[in-house]
Design a binder for this molecule. Structure first.
Ligand SMILES: CC(C)(COP(=O)(O)OP(=O)(O)OC[C@H]1O[C@@H](n2cnc3c(N)ncnc32)[C@H](O)[C@@H]1OP(=O)(O)O)[C@@H](O)C(=O)NCCC(=O)NCCS
Length: 164
């Protein structure tokens, strides 16, 4: 399998269970990459997942019936109302380094640009060089914002932004 056989689906209102399943797979598999934990989100009710789905744009990378990647974009309080944050970025371990993360980002950027979104922001752990390289390659730059994690102040996240 290669990136050539992978397509990107935009989740719709009926995809609550799908969002839950892919996100929980990501949290279970890669706990250090995210601020939320599997134990927190596994307890979310259907209403909470429905609200999460409705909060933003959610892309799933799929390949022959399997979901192999996830990426979302949501508005947040600490950025201008028209901008979005990228979050939930994850590619299944057996499909990494094929360009699927890049494909998710490029697809998201194209959609947001078409919708007139000016900037896409994100936070990433500064001990996650693979994600930092992915984002730099997709045109994000460091803003200089850096903060310790509430749950572990020995670790830090840095903020990046890409003008669309
Ligand atoms: C980070 C992640 C999403 C990358 O997904 P991916 O599909 O492997 O990314 P791509 O194949 O598009 O890689 C794009 C570039 O990122 C960099 N990169 C990604 N993974 C890398 C690795 N393991 N080692 C070195 N560079 C890496 C490379 O520059 C790569 O370009 P190249 O393959 O041409 O050298 C994936 O590793 C992942 O899901 N990690 C765990 C979750 C996570 O960290 N999410 C980010 C939260 S902010």
């Amino acid at each position: 399998m290669t990136r050539r056989t992978t397509t990107i689906a935009v989740l719709g209102a009926d995809d609550v269970a799908r969002l839950r399943e892919v996100r929980l797979a990501a949290l279970r598999q890669e706990p250090a990459a995210f601020l939320s934990t599997f134990d927190q989100q596994v307890t979310w009710s259907e209403d909470e997942w429905t609200r999460e789905l409705g909060r933003g744009t959610w892309l799933v990378a799929e390949d022959r019936g399997s979901d192999v990647g996830l990426l979302g974009a949501t508005p947040e309080d600490d950025i201008p109302r028209e901008d979005r944050y990228a979050s939930y970025m994850w590619v299944r371990p057996d499909r990494r380094r094929e360009g699927i993360g890049t494909l998710l980002l490029e697809t998201l950027i194209d959609r947001l640009r078409a919708d007139g979104v000016p900037c896409l922001w994100l936070w990433v752990m500064d001990d996650n060089p693979n994600a930092l390289r992915l984002y730099e390659g997709a045109g994000f730059r460091l803003t200089g914002d850096r903060q310790p994690l509430a749950a572990d102040p020995t670790r830090h996240e840095v903020r990046m932004v890409r003008r669309l």
